[in-house]
Design a protein around this ligand. Sequence first.
Ligand code: ZN
Length: 74
Amino acid sequence: MKYRTDMEYYLKLYPEYEKLYINECFICHMKGCKPDLFERTGEKLSYTAKRITKFFNRLELNEIGICEQCAKFY
Ligand SMILES: [Zn+2]
């Protein structure tokens, strides 16, 4: 998907946003929004944060930084 690739490119240019808003599973390297991005609806989200929530699905990581899917196997 083209947009998805654009977004990943964008995040490479602005790694500070990636740190703030993106979770990455350290096993499968799937990327997604930090769940708290969606919970902060009362607050004004920055333009970037809003864009990110459109391009990435919510990704919950457990306490050791792996996604639900990978957690099933470890
Ligand atoms: Zn994973």
